[in-house]
Ligand binder design. Structure first.
Ligand SMILES: [Zn+2]
Length: 239
């Protein structure tokens, strides 16, 4: 069955951290949302690929995601060759998402920048009739969510109503993220620190207040955005 929105993450937990509130919101609006992880997270300092798969399933359920799948492009050495491009093209043609959400062009983890290029290229090539045997399909838009490095957002989604669902998804990643009531005997990492959890909330509060919302998730569009009702762009709340 086709999807309205496909969120593509490099490592399990990337999309949940960056745009989980938006995915839950779309899902509650009746849109069919999918998550595709490009790797199984085997190079992570904490947790195992098996553990991360179970965590990813619980996180998807928390966000109301209809489809969850994994590719195996190599955590910590993301491969972006012809074979990986073909595999991603097949997924796009299978699910036919109107909108793709993916990583930003530049980020702290080099896999994220590689994934940006791979996703952008696959979205274009998937629309070429003479690329591969399956019927061509090109998503109408591909936008980037924000991970480590900040950028000037093209727009911010008010995720106040779905913030609890996002927190539930983050709680599912017990091996990756700090859990206030859980003491795991594993190496300390930046992402697993209490400060990182606070920074996720801090960033959402910062971008939220720019659009008069309690929590917001920022996105980047390479192209200008179309709107049929300009008033729909006006933030609610106190200006
Ligand atoms: Zn990542």
């Amino acid at each position: 069955m086709s999807l309205d929105v496909l969120a593509i993450g490099t490592h399990p937990d990337d999309v949940e951290i960056a745009c989980g509130g938006t995915l839950a919101l779309l899902s509650r609006q009746g849109r069919r949302v999918g998550i595709l992880h490009l790797t199984c997270g085997e190079a992570g300092t904490r947790g195992t690929p098996e553990e991360r798969r179970v965590e990813a399933e619980a996180a998807s359920a928390a966000l109301g995601v209809a489809e969850l799948d994994f590719l195996d492009f190599g955590d910590g050495q993301l491969r972006t060759g012809r074979d990986e491009e073909d595999q991603l093209i097949e997924r796009l043609r299978h699910w036919r998402p109107t909108l793709v959400l993916g990583p930003a062009p530049l980020d702290r983890h080099p896999d994220h920048g590689r994934a940006y290029r791979l996703v952008a290229d696959a979205c274009f090539y998937a629309g070429l009739a003479r690329r591969g045997a399956s019927p061509p399909f090109r998503p109408a838009a591909a936008w980037s969510y924000m991970q480590h490095d900040p950028f000037e957002p093209s727009f911010i989604v008010d995720v106040t109503t779905t913030w609890p669902a996002k927190l539930e998804a983050l709680d599912a990643y017990q091996s990756q993220l700090h859990q206030p009531n859980l003491d795991r005997d594993e190496p300390a990492t930046k992402v697993a620190s209490p400060e990182y959890r606070m920074a996720i909330e801090g960033r959402a509060r910062h971008y939220g207040q720019l659009v008069n919302a309690a929590f917001g998730e920022p996105f980047l569009s390479r192209l200008p955005l179309a709107v049929s009702d300009p008033l729909a762009l006006v933030p609610g709340g106190l200006s």
